[in-house]
Ligand binder design. Structure first.
Ligand code: OTU
Length: 650
């Protein structure tokens, strides 16, 4: 019955299409629309069906998709078809990413061309260029407070520069990732300006209230994202004389997706960037897309429906484009951003694996892998056509978002364990030389997160200052160990610019009035190209880190077992300092890799007999993939040096 309704609505919509759309060649568009319309219609109906203008909005939605399909360049339509055929293409082990700010890394977008060889030297073939859309200077939240979604900030260059970079990347077989800040706009966006000027139509784009009644009700259950710099979730706008919902900074106005016009505008922006050759779109802060009184306004069912709808619409117009969900939420919530099942409710193909990231840092601090093992074991299975973005550091802080239940099961008290981690990474703990800063300290809850560069958190900064060679060695090992885990875990490893050469904290942000109160800037430095050049001098710190990572990337790419096909098994080692799992080649299950990480500062070993029983190393010998060393299975135990890893293949 419902399917019939949906079918006849589609007919009406197609008949009513404007002649300039109807007269185009839209064969693939119609096929895909037909295949996805039932899902699109039911989602749109469940979100907006109660509105009197529902049919009009639906028409507008289809027209938006059709127009963007018409303007999609032929070469991208070709890529769409190829990717539709090989629809698991992104699960391959060949992809390795890096996130970078184009201005810090290369002055601007056109400067990027001359730096791509550095990425290729390392083996990186997926570039996430941090937000480049137009933002007000000084009120940009690092690019996440967008004033004009379709304009590139003049600091970074022009649309032409981006097009030329996209084409250069394509020729080199590299993928381009850009951000779409779907949850909010800058308070200087034209919609916000119109709202401020009193236009009701645009006030409906946001959550705007004349008095404190609704804001107070929301505040009862909404947590604070930036408690120090932007406490509360509402900001008084003097000019409008009203309260605006601002979950992040005071100048970031939350978009109201209860209004279908907002959804259609944002979809149009998503498709606009898809048509500029972006392969992967990082959707920022997706957990926050739906606000509901009485809830923490994160991970709401409707937020998922919005993402499903966005995916289905993108599938019709630009099916070759993937979405990354940036949802830094609990493990059982993150998993839902992949969708519920691959056919009926697909969402984002890729999601940040914040759980794994935080667990890795926890294991470094405790030197034990109890929580890491537990946390990974409890990570729910993801869909088949979905993959993680595995990372050690990114432009944001590290939050201790693992589940309390797991912390307790690992034998710790949640609150004091989180406090310990903050102490450890700020260097306020006996044996810690980490140089992190506490970020987002919440006086009410006692929570805090951590800022700092990978190298400084791993102890390299303090070790260099003390000129302590052993500590330098240990820090390098820690860095390489952490990266070895993200390379082998299953998913796309995402490096952060500067981390392959041991970039330390940079406190120059303290002299910038627009940055000094947000210490995440301590790990967003200018890329130091003189330092990068030292990667070629044997024996330097830069050389040791860079070559180790480059080697891992090369090995990863040639090891089919590292493709992400839900082909990982955790292995208990009976040693609280080791973290071990196996990866197998789905086409050749006997081709296995055993990954072992030792998080302790002393060597640790494991017995071979149980491994042989599990079916590893049947050939009488096994090989370490990174060092090339061969071992005989006649040895009783295998030693893993302090803060080191092994990738062993029979
Ligand atoms: C994201 O962050 C971005 O990565 C941050 O750089 C932005 O400040 C923020 O959105 C606002 O656009 O929303 O889903 O420190 O981890 O704010 C998670 C907290 C986010 C960040 C969190 C995150």
């Amino acid at each position: 019955m419902y399917e019939q309704v949906s079918h006849s609505l589609l007919n009406d919509i197609l008949i009513a299409l404007k002649p300039e759309i109807k007269n185009q060649k839209l064969q693939h568009f119609y096929t895909r629309l037909g295949a996805n319309f039932y899902a699109i219609h039911s989602l749109f109906c469940s979100l907006y069906g109660a509105r009197p203008d529902f049919k009009k909005q639906m028409q507008h939605l289809v027209e938006t998709m059709a127009k963007q399909y018409i303007s999609r360049p032929a070469y991208l339509k070709k890529t769409d078809l190829a990717r539709e055929k090989d629809h698991n293409w992104f699960l391959s082990q060949e992809w390795v990413g890096m996130a970078l700010y184009c201005d810090n890394f290369a002055d601007n977008l056109s400067g990027m061309h001359n730096k791509l060889h550095y990425l290729q030297d390392l083996g990186v073939n997926l570039v996430h260029i941090m937000p480049i859309a137009d933002c007000p200077e000084g009120k940009s939240d690092g690019g996440y407070a967008v004033r004009d979604f379709r304009k590139i900030d003049s600091r970074f260059g022009s649309l032409k520069d981006l097009d030329s970079l996209a084409s250069d990347l394509r020729k080199r077989g590299m993928l381009l990732t850009l951000d779409i800040v779907v949850n909010h706009t800058s308070d200087e966006h034209v919609w916000a300006k119109k709202a401020r000027a009193g236009e009701k139509e645009y006030q409906d784009y946001y959550f705007i209230f004349g008095d404190r009644q609704m804001p107070d009700m929301y505040e009862e259950t909404m947590p604070e994202v930036f408690p120090e710099t932007a406490p509360g979730n509402f900001t008084w706008d003097e000019e409008m004389g009203k309260w605006v919902m601002t979950v992040f900074n005071h100048y970031q106005w939350d978009l109201n997706y209860q209004n279908p016009a907002v959804f259609i505008e944002m979809l149009d922006i998503v498709l606009y960037w898809a048509n500029h050759g972006v392969d992967i779109l990082r959707l920022d802060a997706v957990a926050f897309l739906w606000k509901k009184l009485g809830s923490n306004c994160q991970n709401e069912r409707e937020a998922h429906q919005i993402l499903q709808l966005m995916k289905d619409c993108c599938q019709v117009t630009a099916p070759g484009v993937l979405f990354i969900a940036e949802a830094i939420v609990a493990p059982n919530e993150i998993i839902k951003y992949f969708g519920e099942d691959a056919i009926n409710a697909k969402e984002c193909e890729i999601a940040y694996n914040a759980t794994f990231m935080a667990l890795l840092w926890e294991a470094i601090a405790t030197k034990r892998t109890t929580l890491l093992n537990r946390g990974v074991r409890c990570l729910p299975d993801k869909l088949e056509r979905a993959t993680w973005l595995n990372y050690v550091r990114c432009h944001d802080d590290i939050g201790w978002g693992f589940s309390d239940v797991d912390i307790v099961a690992a034998g710790y008290d949640p609150q004091s364990h989180r406090r310990f981690l903050v102490d450890y990474y700020t260097g306020n703990y006996d044996d810690s030389i980490a140089r992190g800063l506490a970020f987002g300290i919440n006086k009410k809850t006692g929570d805090a997160r951590i800022s700092g560069s990978l190298a400084s958190l791993a102890g390299l900064e303090a070790a260099i200052e003390a000129n302590n060679q052993d500590e330098i060695e240990a820090a390098i090992k820690t860095i390489v160990l952490l990266q070895s885990m993200t390379m082998a875990f299953g998913g796309i490893p995402l490096l952060y610019y500067g981390d392959a050469i041991g970039t330390l904290n940079d406190d120059s942000y303290l002299n910038d009035a627009a940055k000094f109160d947000d210490n995440r800037w301590i790990h967003r430095p200018l890329m130091n190209w003189d330092k990068a050049a030292k990667r070629k001098q044997p024996g330097t710190i830069e050389n040791r880190i860079f070559t180790a990572i480059r080697n891992m990337i090369a090995v990863r790419k040639e090891t089919a077992a590292f493709a992400d096909r839900n082909n990982r098994e955790l292995i208990s080692m009976d040693n609280p300092h080791l973290f071990a799992f196996s990866r197998f080649d789905v086409l050749n299950a006997s081709s296995k890799v055993l990954v072992v990480g030792n998080f302790d500062i002393n060597p640790q070993s494991f017995e071979l007999a149980p491994m042989l029983k599990m079916g590893f190393f049947r050939n009488g010998s096994f090989k370490s993939l990174c060092s090339g060393e061969t071992f005989l299975t006649s040895v009783a135990t295998v030693e893993v040096p302090a803060r080191s890893f092994l990738w062993l293949q029979t």
